[in-house]
Design a protein around this ligand. Sequence first.
Ligand code: AMP
Ligand code: GLY
Length: 447
Amino acid sequence: MKILIIGSGGREHAMAWKVAQSPRLTKLYIAPGNPGTAQCGENVALNVHDHAAVIRFCREKQINLVIVGPEAPLADGIADALTGAGIRCFGPSQAAAQIESSKAFAKNFMARHQVPTARFATFRRLSDALAYLGQVEYPLVIKASGLAAGKGVILPETKAEAESVLREMLEGGAFGAAGSEVVIEERLTGVEVSLMAFTDGKTVAPMLAAQDHKRIFDDDQGPNTGGMGAYAPAPILTAELMDEAFESVLKPAVSGLWLEGNPFVGVLYAGLMLTPDGLRVLEFNCRFGDPETQAVLPLLATDLVEIAKACVDGKLVETEIRWKAGAAVSVVLSAKGYPEKTQTGQLISIGVLPESAVCFHAGTKANADGRLVTSGGRVLGVTAWAQTLPMAVESAYAAVGQIQFDGMQYRKDIARQALFTDLKADGCAKRKSGFESGWLRKAEKRI
Ligand code: AMP
Ligand code: GLY
């Protein structure tokens, strides 16, 4: 099969790395890709927002399957354009992608299908939003409804701050069109966990749960980032919680979209919070998570191409999805000044990595002399996998020791929260065997 992957980050390098292992693959293109994806296939300088150009490229190269990494092209309708042109696309339609591209849609959708989530209201008019602030007692979160590159969620400390955030979004043009509608929701507390699932619109197969590390510094200190590392599986999502997430989140979400006439094909990502009152959905994403994918895909035993093809063909029910035993850890190496004032152009040196480790590129490029330099905030995702989580952590940090660039910063505590969890006691061991047997049966069950 000839495959085109769309995107250019660490997630897309992980996807390309996995797809390149497929026995079904004859040729892989990545648009636009990065120096890492160039080691897995051929990078092509396509403007992915120009759907006609993407379709022309797919026809010319006889592409059998397009796999879309980021949310923006999906929200733009690239899947509709490709499907309309008779080209298979692993990624949801524009309508289904609203589950991520419109938080107002996602919240109302969750309410319609009884998916557990924080109490909320949505507003377009400032006066209505301000009046609502006066009525609610509990701490709040304010979210720009549209895509805001992960920056549209504000946790105001005071009512005055909440008012000024609402003014900025609804009248001040902060976040542009993405902020012209806002969601005001109850602030929840608890541990966050990411659960991604493959779906063909009718069948849903959960992946291993993962945890992201959003703050720049150890112990979750400092400003938010695009994600400083991830690991999988996350033992905090026990067998029972995985079951609950499947029944109360994944199944109603996928069946709800189907019932509303917008079947979702691709990866559905549920951002969950485990609160004292139970599991709640913070957000849905319409694609693989970044950096979660860098930790989850190395553990996928089944051919990703086979799964993607099955999803596009509506045959996920026939596909057995297997996971390797053990754990994977991905440590993000970020550039000097990230996330506030990223400095780029630093030379990168990568030594010999341990076995079962890979360095996924995100913000890198070749300079005029063909040497690898930093070109973004999150530069590399250094990933290792092993029989146990402590071994994977050790190996990932040994790999980090092989890499250098000026101003390199990274967290030293990726996966630490899970290292001290007694896997047996909290049900992880049970969850693993459950995944291999019960979970597979469940994944095969049609909704
Ligand atoms: P979202 O893009 O909606 O997932 O929000 C980004 C981040 O904001 C989440 O990963 C949480 O850390 C935080 N967040 C979002 N919604 C809430 C909420 N209702 N209560 C507490 N924190 C939240
Ligand atoms: N790791 C968060 C995301 O992919 O949106």
